[in-house]
Ligand binder design. Sequence first.
Ligand SMILES: C[S@@+](CC[C@H](N)C(=O)[O-])C[C@H]1O[C@@H](n2cnc3c(N)ncnc32)[C@H](O)[C@@H]1O
Length: 269
Amino acid sequence: MSDCASIWRRYDADERRLTGAVSERMLDLGLLRPGMQVLDIATGRGEPAIRAAKRVAPNGAVLGVDVAAELLAMAAERAADEDVTGLELRVADAHSLEGVPRGRFDVALARWGLMYFDDPIAALDSIRLALRPGGRLVAAFWAEPELVDYIHVPRSALASLMALPPIDEDVPGTFRYAHRERIERDLASVGFLVNHVEERWTPVMEASTDDELIAWTRSFGMQRLLVDLPDPMQRAWERRLIETAEPLWKDGRLRLGGVTRLVVADRPG
Ligand SMILES: C[S@@+](CC[C@H](N)C(=O)[O-])C[C@H]1O[C@@H](n2cnc3c(N)ncnc32)[C@H](O)[C@@H]1O
């Protein structure tokens, strides 16, 4: 099993519980109902595809695609556990969506996926072509870095100890679409019409001890920045992280998350 898959096995159930409301809201914005054909881009461990399949049952269908076969295997296990029908999971690159029917889907979903692609405009164009005329894309992005605690808090703890490279919003990563104008521009460039944007705060991690906070943070977001640091610096960062997060604890529990931006765009009919 790859490192990425073993990390996800550890945190999957928690993340599903914490972020489920975002997926459900995406399905509301997509106006999902029984009988619809839905495409979930970069579905990973099956979000929001598995929930979508429940909404479009009994006669609708969902196709979830991702490049990571190991994550799709986790999605398939969950779908089987939840007795989900009408869901196909397929390895496919969102840039070309090779083999995915064109003009078929009523709704395309992409939760926290597009910003990680090498060429998101190519992917957006492929998604548009997969939709039927009048079809709708609902996508989720992370907002500006200072609104995204799960990265901002551990990063600022490290930034208080050493100079950090600035976040590069021009390369694939969490913040590529942190600015609303960027995604609106790229959607328009391939012919989508943006009809709704909203923001909501969502938790992505929950800790009940400092060790849990450190372990989660090392797994998500900080791996690359920490990997080459000498041990004393790592320990200093851990202490600083605990201090920085201290005011955020409530009732013996710490949640970190961020503002996620949900964007709805239509393929003109
Ligand atoms: C942050 S995860 C989001 C997964 C899921 N949608 C969710 O919300 O839990 C990003 C996903 O994008 C997938 N991905 C990255 N590049 C891709 C590409 N070119 N085509 C399809 N999927 C891709 C990754 O494998 C990963 O599963």
